[in-house]
Design a protein around this ligand. Structure first.
Ligand code: PLP
Length: 483
């Protein structure tokens, strides 16, 4: 199929259009077969059917104005109430649905900024104080809304260092953030201690439970030790919880919650003087798709507490088998003490990115993490059936990387040399060079060996160089692919 450059002059038949879509889809990552360890949360075909039917039923409605669609208003407020109930909310807890974790976080930060403008104006640029492991959505929020994100290094256990955070508070700090759990290593920040710190200083405190919000409550009910992390902890003022992760909802569904309406007020936007009328909107988007709202409402009713407990138990059984299998491979270890179903695999002996490449050659997609280098696994029900195959391949991959390989030494040497050279060249030159090189080094291209690229990116001292390289890559990605 050759790439399309312009609108076809005449429409194709329905069959032709759908056949083209299926052809394109065949190239995608095989998430149903458990080959991907992020991005898709698949709870089986029965759940998928419910999601599809519910979303199709509300395919054309628009949640921009819930007054025109009482069904949407009802579903959204009920979804928010169900999530608030799971996260220790009371009759004062309020929230809205959003398009995802990032929008939930953007809105919580925007609300904090506007609240602080009124209630505790800062002498300089307002600051968000967060552990270094916090999701980049907070970076994005700071970037979009003119705030400064101050990242405080985490402890050796990858959890927020409360004393270091205490020292980092300034008269510009408005918001503290903790994760329950963090995405990179899946560990819980010490939420109660952080909440107490926030209260001491009269700061707002957001708990990012994007990935844990629809998992930890059920995990606790199953009897696993889950530290306190939600509105039951005094001092927690807002939370984010994604329905399109362990809520198993359709994509485009998350919830942002506030302890009370006096804080949520700062999330909303109202324009009073437009010739098109008075315009009010709860979030970032104007027009809001109704499908994700209906699908979220549907899946929560379809599964119920019982269904979520069953899926949680199944995922944790898979996690246990994976943990044991990974730790039994000499040279590999799990980072920190993950509380739920997110694991980071590191190695003190081998280049973990080389292992990722070997796994990619065997059809397993693992995200490469840095500081320290590790591979990310978000475990879902789709992985129950592939644990043994995954562990077998992992063992082979490690053995492969353990073998002497002149090619690999060559690549490593090359990366070290390039990194050393780049350190000496003037900044402008290195940026242009890297921008060029990133075109050659596109992840997932070539012979499937990306370890040198990740090694190089991780080792470059000037992060601005990496940024430029990635910007160049984005520029390429958002152009039509070559034939
Ligand atoms: C996924 C995630 C987010 C961002 O959510 P999106 O839905 O990808 O926008 C934020 N924080 C944590 C901890 C996450 O896992």
């Amino acid at each position: 199929m050759s790439p399309v450059r312009a609108l076809p002059a005449r429409g194709l038949s329905r069959e032709e259009v759908l056949a083209a879509l299926r052809t394109m889809k065949a190239q995608d990552a095989a998430w149903k077969q458990g080959r991907v360890f992020s991005l898709v949360y698949y709870a089986g075909d029965e759940v998928l059917d419910v999601l599809r039917e519910a979303a199709l039923l509300f395919f054309s409605e628009n949640a921009l104005n819930p007054l025109a669609f009482p069904s949407l208003r009802r579903m959204e407020t009920e979804v928010v109430a169900m999530v608030a109930g799971l996260l220790g909310g009371d009759e004062d807890t309020v929230g809205t649905m959003t398009s995802g974790g990032t929008e939930s976080i953007l809105l919580a930060v925007k609300a904090a900024r506007d609240w602080a403008r009124e209630h505790r104006p800062t002498p300089g640029t307002p600051e968000i104080l967060a552990p270094s492991t916090v999701h980049p959505a907070f970076d994005k929020a700071a970037h979009y809304f003119g705030l400064r994100l101050v990242r405080v290094p985490v402890g050796p256990d990858f959890r927020a260092d409360v004393e270091a955070m205490r020292k980092a508070i300034t008269s510009n700090t408005i918001l503290l953030v903790g994760s329950a759990p963090s995405y990179p290593q899946g560990v819980m920040d010490p939420i109660p201690e952080m909440a107490a710190l926030a209260q001491e200083h009269g700061l707002l405190f957001h708990v990012d439970a994007c990935v844990g919000g629809l998992f930890l409550p059920f995990l606790r009910r199953l009897g696993y030790p889950v530290p306190d992390f939600d509105f039951r902890v005094p001092g927690v003022t807002s939370m984010s919880a994604d329905l399109h992760k362990y809520g198993y909802a359709a994509k485009g569904a998350s919830v942002v919650l506030y302890r009370n309406a006096s804080l949520r007020k700062y999330q909303f936007f109202v324009s009073t003087d437009w010739s098109g009328g008075i315009y009010a909107s709860p979030g970032i988007a104007g027009t809001r798709p109704a499908g994700p709202i209906a699908a979220a409402w549907a899946v929560m009713h379809f599964l119920g507490e019982e269904g979520y407990m069953r899926l949680t138990r199944q995922v944790m059984e898979t996690v246990e088998r994976l943990r044991q299998g990974i730790e039994a491979i000499p040279g590999l270890h799990i980072l920190g003490e993950p509380v739920m179903s997110i694991l980071a695999v590191g190695s003190s002996r081998y280049d973990i990115y080389e292992i990722a490449d070997e796994m990619a050659l065997r059809g397993w997609h693992l995200d490469r993490q840095q500081r320290p280098p590790s591979l990310h696994l978000t475990v879902t029900p789709a992985h129950a059936a592939v644990v043994e195959a995954f562990l077998e391949d992992l063992e082979v991959a490690v053995r492969q990387v353990a073998r002497p390989d002149p090619g690999r030494w060559g690549r490593t040497l090359l990366v070290r040399t390039v990194a050393a050279l780049l350190r000496r060249l003037p900044q402008g030159v290195t940026r242009r060079l890297i921008a060029r090189a990133s075109g050659l080094f596109q992840p997932g291209s070539g012979e499937g060996r990306d370890a040198p690229l990740y090694g190089l990116m991780g080792s470059l001292p000037r992060r601005e160089d990496v940024r430029e390289a990635v910007l160049a890559l984005l520029d390429q990605i958002f152009r039509p692919p070559e034939e």
